[in-house]
Design a protein around this ligand. Structure first.
Ligand SMILES: Cc1cc2nc3c(=O)[nH]c(=O)nc-3n(C[C@H](O)[C@H](O)[C@H](O)COP(=O)(O)OP(=O)(O)OC[C@H]3O[C@@H](n4cnc5c(N)ncnc54)[C@H](O)[C@@H]3O)c2cc1C
Length: 90
C-alpha cells in the first residue's frame, strides 16, 4: 500500500512496532492480485520468474502422495494474472 500511495502522490506515514523486519517461513505464494500489483509497480514477468515459479496447481497432498484437495490458481483458474510460488532463499 505504501508503494502505491507513493506512486500516486499521496502523503502517508508508515508506523511499525517491530524494530526489525525479518523474513518468516520458507516461501510465499503471490496470489494473482499481488502479482497484478507488482506488475503495475513496474516488476516484469522476468523479475517474477527470477524469484519463483508460476503455480499451475495448488494441492494438499497426503502421505500416500494422493491429493486431498487441489485447486487451480492464477490464470489456470481464469484470473488474468499468474500466481507465483516464491522461495525465500532465491
Ligand atoms: C504462516 C503464514 C503464512 C502465510 N503465507 C501467505 C502466503 O504465502 N501468501 C499470502 O498471500 N499470504 C500469506 N499469509 C497471509 C499474509 O501474511 C497476511 O494476509 C498479510 O501479511 C496481512 O498483511 P497486513 O499488512 O494486513 O498485516 P501484517 O502483515 O500482519 O502487518 C501488520 C503490521 O502491523 C504491525 N503492528 C501491529 N500492531 C501495531 C501497533 N500497535 N503499532 C504499530 N505497528 C503495529 C505488526 O508488527 C505488523 O508488521 C500467511 C500468513 C501466515 C501467518
Amino acid at each position: 500500500m505504501a508503494l502505491t500511495l507513493h506512486q500516486i502522490g499521496v502523503l502517508f506515514l508508515v508506523i511499525e512496532q517491530a524494530s526489525e523486519i525479518r523474513p518468516l517461513g520458507v516461501g510465499i505464494n503471490l496470489q494473482p492480485y499481488p502479482t497484478r500489483k507488482l506488475m503495475k509497480l513496474g516488476f516484469t514477468r522476468n523479475n517474477l520468474d527470477s524469484v519463483g515459479l508460476p503455480a499451475l496447481k495448488t494441492a494438499v497432498v497426503g502421505l500416500n502422495r494422493q491429493d486431498i484437495n487441489a485447486t487451480l490458481p492464477g490464470i489456470t483458474a481464469s484470473y488474468r494474472w499468474l500466481q507465483y510460488a516464491a522461495y525465500r532463499d532465491r
